[in-house]
Design a protein around this ligand. Structure first.
Ligand SMILES: NC(=O)c1ccc[n+]([C@@H]2O[C@H](COP(=O)([O-])OP(=O)(O)OC[C@H]3O[C@@H](n4cnc5c(N)ncnc54)[C@H](O)[C@@H]3O)[C@@H](O)[C@H]2O)c1
Length: 251
């Protein structure tokens, strides 16, 4: 058994996969810093986890805002200790035909999904280099591997996340730090259900039955389980990888 009482930071921890990942890491015995742009929801998630005996702290921060991210990490260090694990799950999708993508829309999607991951990883890395141990996981998307129509900005950002983790894996390996990507397919979270309500992915369960070999959407817990492995001591020889949690939809 490895150490299970490290400090983990999860961005986008107030909902969906980020929340499931925070629960999972807390259940493994880690102290967890929850970061989300929705500060109220992050506080409620923290209360829920404390009720289950976890040691957690919650901060409101938009991952596109570097000073807010740095302040949130400082708070985690002050409340919980030096950071050993970071999971970047904060993300935002948008369905727009390429010809209609405004420059502002492109910049926002890239800022949240790609630059936000850069900010969180860079804020965490000094503690990991000092400790000669670290685990970084980015939540990308199967669309970043396969491409997707009407999502050029999102797919470009997620593809960038995959490339970022590969570069960091090479650069940080000698410091005992692994860097991996989990690329989810259709996962039943508030994000996917919002896309269904807006008509961007109509009839989620019907579509999943047709396009996902496993025949259903995945759960946030199934993503969290893959993430939990990548954040463990046992995963020391797995780095620079993209782990698809997609029911066989993208191979
Ligand atoms: N649900 C899916 O099917 C699916 C598939 C592939 C990839 N993903 C990716 O998985 C990750 C988690 O998505 P989810 O489905 O759990 O979504 P979700 O909307 O349920 O949760 C995302 C969380 O991120 C937070 N967030 C959004 N923008 C932020 C910002 N700028 N700063 C800080 N926090 C921010 C939101 O407030 C929310 O709590 C995202 O990166 C998403 O792109 C989702």
């Amino acid at each position: 058994m490895g150490t299970t009482d490290r400090v983990a930071v999860v961005s986008g921890a107030a909902s969906g996969m980020g929340l499931a990942i925070a629960r999972h890491l807390a259940a493994r015995g880690h102290r967890v810093g929850l970061i989300d742009v929705d500060g109220g929801a992050a506080q409620r998630a923290a209360e829920e986890l404390r009720g289950q005996g976890a040691v957690v702290t919650a901060s409101q921060a938009d991952v596109t805002d570097r000073s807010a991210v740095d302040a949130a990490f400082e708070r985690v260090r002050a409340d919980l200790g030096r950071v050993g694990i970071v999971v970047a799950s904060a993300g935002m999708e948008l369905f727009e035909p390429f010809v209609d993508i405004a420059v502002e829309s492109w910049q926002r999607i890239v800022a949240v999904n790609l630059t936000g991951t850069f900010h969180c990883f860079q804020a965490a890395v000094p503690d990991m280099i000092d400790a000669k141990w670290g685990r970084m996981v980015a939540i990308a998307s199967s669309s970043g591997q396969s491409g997707a129509a009407r999502m050029a900005h999102y797919v470009a950002a997620k593809g960038g996340v995959i490339a970022l983790t590969k570069s960091l894996a090479l650069e940080l390996a000698r410091h005992g730090i692994t860097v991996n990507t989990v690329s989810p397919g259709m996962i039943d979270t508030p994000m996917l259900r919002r896309a269904e309500t807006k008509g961007d992915v109509p009839g989620v369960d019907k579509i999943a039955k047709m396009v996902v070999p496993v025949g259903r959407t995945g759960t946030a817990d199934e993503v969290a389980a893959a993430c939990g492995y990548l954040c463990s001591d046992e995963a020391a020889f797995t780095t620079g990888q993209t782990i698809g949690v997609n029911g066989g939809m993208v191979l």
